[in-house]
Design a protein. Structure first.
Length: 191
C-alpha cells in the first residue's frame, strides 16, 4: 500500500470536510404534519370515548371520514408544496420517511385487518404506539423535544391501561400533548 504525501492527506481531509459541510445532519420533521395528524388522532379517540360514555350518538362516527379526508388533503397539498421547494432529500430525511411510513402502515394494517384482535381501545393504542416510534426515532437523532413527547405518548398508553373508565380520554391526551404537541412546538421553535 502506497503512503500519501502530506499534500495528498490535506487534499483528502479538505474533500471530506466539504462533503460533511454540504451534508444535512439535522432531521427536519414538518411540524404541521404532526399537528394535523395528532389532532386527527386525538379527535378519533375522543369521539369513540364520547360515544361509549353516551355523550354522543353513534351516528357521530360519520364525522370521522370527513376528518380523515381533510387531514389527507392537507398532507397532499403541503407535501406537494414541500416537494417543489426541495432539491433532493438527505439520507436522514429519507430514513425518517421510511420509519414514518412503516410505522403508520403497520398501524393501519393492524387496525384495518386485525379489528377482531385489536378491538376498541387496543385499536386506538396501536396509533399511539406508532406515534411513539416515530417520535423516538426523531429523538435518537438529537431532538430532545421528540424524546419528551415520545415519553408522553408512551405514558398515555401505560396510564390508559390502569384507567378503564377513561381509557379513551387518556389515549387521546397522549396524542394531543405528545404527537400534536410535538408538531406545535416544532412549528414555534426557532432552531
Amino acid at each position: 500500500m502506497e503512503s500519501l504525501s502530506p499534500a495528498q492527506v490535506r487534499e483528502h481531509i479538505e474533500m471530506v470536510d466539504r462533503i460533511l459541510t454540504r451534508s444535512e445532519r439535522s432531521l427536519r420533521v414538518g411540524g404541521e404534519f404532526f399537528l394535523v395528524w395528532g389532532l386527527a388522532g386525538t379527535s378519533v379517540t375522543l369521539v369513540f370515548q364520547l360515544i361509549v360514555n353516551g355523550r354522543l350518538p353513534a351516528p357521530a362516527l360519520w364525522v370521522l371520514p370527513a376528518l380523515f379526508a381533510a387531514a389527507i388533503a392537507f398532507s397532499m397539498f403541503r407535501g406537494r408544496q414541500l416537494a417543489k421547494c426541495s432539491d433532493g432529500l438527505p439520507l436522514i430525511q429519507r430514513e425518517f420517511f421510511a420509519v414514518l411510513g412503516i410505522s403508520l402502515g403497520v398501524a393501519f394494517f393492524s387496525d384495518a385487518l386485525g379489528f377482531h384482535i385489536f378491538t376498541m381501545w387496543a385499536s386506538s393504542a396501536i396509533w399511539n404506539v406508532a406515534a411513539a416510534i416515530v417520535l423516538l426515532f426523531i429523538a435518537v437523532h438529537g431532538n430532545r423535544r421528540a424524546l419528551v413527547c415520545g415519553i408522553i405518548v408512551l405514558a398515555s398508553i401505560a396510564a390508559a391501561n390502569f384507567l378503564p373508565a377513561i381509557t379513551g380520554y387518556v389515549l387521546a391526551s397522549g396524542m394531543l400533548f405528545g404527537y400534536a404537541g410535538f408538531g406545535l412546538v416544532s412549528l414555534i421553535s426557532r432552531d
